[in-house]
Design a protein around this ligand. Structure first.
Ligand code: CP
Length: 304
């Protein structure tokens, strides 16, 4: 039963619950008209203490497409946060008006902390470089849609594996499925954190700096942006930001049915020419994100 629950990281959902969310998302995709007013009279609040395009807009679009309404802020300085109001008081207040809250914050675990003061479900829309569970639902649904299964894949995760919260969440989530091999592709400075690797079986991953060397092995290539906003040293960011730029030429050895994913936003790490490659699914991935969030909202509100 998902009604009334919070969501902070992928493991808050059992595999069965993930399947139920995907089944509903697929049902919505097949017949959107059936779901036009299931959230009529319900209100979603989006509290974004960090910038966003996909996560905020897809949640808002999801709620509107279910017949509900949306309040919130995309800039905390336009709220009483600017006057010094605490997160605790903000969430208590917002919970008086809204039926469900979506929160993004630059610090780890703040949505989880806030939920202790909330009578309504709180969804983590990204907490610092920690977790981004609804991006993971989006990513898993994308893999399921294009590869027809969630088990038995070799997935290369490339770029900023240190600060990339979508990577941290996705690795955690995918490790629950059978026969998943992770290839972590990054410069030494942006390696996947040890606490993530410690939860993996030793023979289920390897690390490399060279994308081209492993390209022919991959079923899925998950590219990521170097997270400028997490660097304390700008020089280091500038040195690392263009380490990996995926071009059509670099895809020469890739499997024909490999898919290229990216949580977006993209900066330079995928050349525009790749957008026309048959393997590129990242904009379709962004669209699936809205449907999976429609399903999640419906489940957490208990209207489906
Ligand atoms: N993927 C993702 O979280 O994108 P936004 O930062 O635009 O929400």
């Amino acid at each position: 039963m998902l009604k009334g629950r919070h969501l902070f990281e992928p493991s808050d959902l059992s595999l069965k619950e993930v399947d139920e969310i995907f089944s509903l998302a697929e049902e919505i995709m097949e017949n959107q008209n059936k779901f036009l007013d299931i959230c009529k009279g319900k209100l979603l609040a989006t509290l974004f203490y960090e910038p966003s395009t996909r996560t905020r807009f897809s949640f808002e679009a999801a709620m509107f497409r279910l017949g509900g309404q949306v309040i919130g802020f995309s800039d905390p300085n336009a709220s009483s946060t600017a006057k010094g109001e605490s997160i605790e008081d903000t969430i208590r207040t917002v919970g008086c008006y809204a039926d469900i809250v979506v929160m993004r914050h630059p610090e780890k675990d703040i949505p989880k902390h806030a939920s202790k003061y909330s009578d309504v479900p709180v969804i983590n829309a990204g907490d610092g470089s920690n977790q981004h569970p609804t991006q993971t639902l989006t990513d898993l649904l994308t893999i399921k849609s294009f590869k027809k299964k969630l088990s038995n894949h070799v997935i290369g995760l490339c770029g900023d594996l240190k600060f990339g919260r979508t990577v941290h969440s996705l690795v955690k989530a995918l490790s629950r499925y059978e026969d998943i091999k992770f290839v972590f592709i990054s410069p030494p400075e942006l390696k996947i954190p040890d606490y993530i690797k410690e939860e993996l079986k030793e023979d289920s991953y390897y690390e490399t700096e060279q994308l081209e060397d492993v390209m022919d092995d991959l079923d899925i290539l998950y590219m990521t942006r170097v997270q400028k906003e997490r660097f304390s040293d700008e020089e280091e960011y500038l040195r690392l930001k263009n380490q990996y730029i995926l071009t059509t030429d670099k895809l020469k050895t890739a499997k024909k049915d490999m898919i290229i994913m990216h949580p977006l936003p993209r900066v330079n790490e995928i050349a525009r020419e790749v957008d026309n490659n048959e393997r590129a699914v990242y904009f379709k991935q962004a669209k699936l994100g809205m449907f999976v969030r429609m399903a999640l909202i419906a489940k957490l509100l208990g209207v489906k």
